[in-house]
Design a protein around this ligand. Structure first.
Ligand code: GH3
Ligand code: MG
Ligand code: MG
Ligand code: MG
Length: 319
């Protein structure tokens, strides 16, 4: 019945689906200059969300940066920076843009609502609010956020190997380069290329070739364990790895380990560079972005080194 259904909206476990998908409770930011309003909203979500609270627009933006909430419940009228301005700044920030914002306000005439939605808010809730309605709307928007997160993630994965794709790499490589420039650390880039792979396909067929690429990709990924390390399928039988805060000798060690481990996969290859098994060659370059250079130059250097590794006999790293 209707009563039963609306009672469900207040029962714990309403956000179970998103909690399962994310592997954690949803993170909710509540923004209101009146502590009593925050308190009322807090009670609605305390049992099934991780709740953060802000009493000003400035504090709200700071918490968005620090905590990356999954959804913001935002008051409009606040002294200092008002809710509209907070929403505008969230939309203007690439790191925050995907966070859904719901206005919770006593100003509910059509003009205000249009204004808020025009700024990019996903919904508008009138004060005084009904807890079950607030929960239902929050669930709707958390579910949508969850689905769009999943799609975005998928758009950055390579269909064959399951590792990140070139699109992901292009975006993150730029970002890591800028970060290294700011913190004055070294950044290493590796281009990994399967040796004599055209002959492998010719000999064993393209399906065996695909399988080989999957196994090599998984092997490389398992060897990159530091959280900031990035790896992607750069194209064809080439993989690119970015190692932040890593200097050349550290990266050479990783590359040596990759070459050795790919060989221990022992994928037979009649026309191999060495030992009758599939091998990779690696071109390596590192730099201190604070001293100059560009992502493009670093990439060109790693490519040059890859060429050198091939020319020197393959199944080796050149740096
Ligand atoms: P080298 O040792 O100099 O790198 O020689 P190579 O044969 O590996 O290099 P080349 O660039 O001549 O050939 C790469 C081959 O990779 C050609 C292409 O058919 C194959 N390839 C690219 N993408 C895929 C894929 O998704 N699946 C399969 N099976 N093969 C692919
Ligand atoms: Mg207010
Ligand atoms: Mg190649
Ligand atoms: Mg190759």
């Amino acid at each position: 019945t209707m009563d039963r259904k609306s009672a469900d909206l207040l029962a714990p476990g309403l956000f179970q689906a998103v909690q399962q998908a994310w592997g954690r409770k949803p993170k909710l930011l509540i923004v209101d200059d009146q502590p009593v309003n925050i308190q009322a909203l807090y009670q609605i979500f305390a049992s099934d969300c991780q709740v953060f609270m802000a009493t000003s627009g400035e504090q709200a933006l700071q918490l968005c940066q620090e905590r990356q909430p999954d959804l913001v419940l935002l008051d409009v009228q606040m002294p200092g920076m008002d809710g509209y301005e907070v929403c505008r700044r969230i939309q203007a920030d690439a790191r925050l843009r995907e966070i859904p914002v719901i206005f919770v306000t006593a100003h509910t005439d059509a003009q205000q609502e249009t204004h808020g939605l025009g700024l990019g808010a996903v919904d508008f809730i009138a004060k005084p609010f009904t807890p079950a309605v607030v929960r239902a709307r929050v669930r709707t928007h958390l579910t949508l956020k969850c689905q769009s997160d999943a799609l975005r993630e998928l758009a950055f994965l390579d269909g064959l190997t399951g590792v990140h794709n070139r699109r992901f790499f292009d975006e993150r490589f730029q970002a890591e380069f800028q970060r290294a420039r700011r913190n004055g650390r070294s950044l290493a880039l590796m281009m990994v290329d399967v040796d004599y792979f055209k002959r492998f396909n010719d000999e064993y067929g393209h399906l065996a070739g695909d399988d080989c690429l999957r196994r090599v990709a998984e092997c490389l990924r398992n060897l990159l364990r530091r959280p900031p390390d990035l790896m992607c399928r750069f194209g064809g039988e080439e993989f690119a790895c970015v190692l932040p805060e890593t200097e050349l000798d550290g990266a050479v060690q990783v590359a040596d380990r990759m070459i050795a481990t790919v060989q221990t996969l022992a994928i037979p290859h009649k026309h191999a560079a060495q030992g009758g098994v599939v091998s990779v060659s690696i071109g390596l370059a590192a730099c201190f972005p604070a001293l100059g250079g560009s992502p493009e130059k670093l990439l060109a250097k790693a490519d040059e080194q890859l060429y050198a590794a091939k020319a020197a006999g393959r199944a080796r790293v050149s740096a």
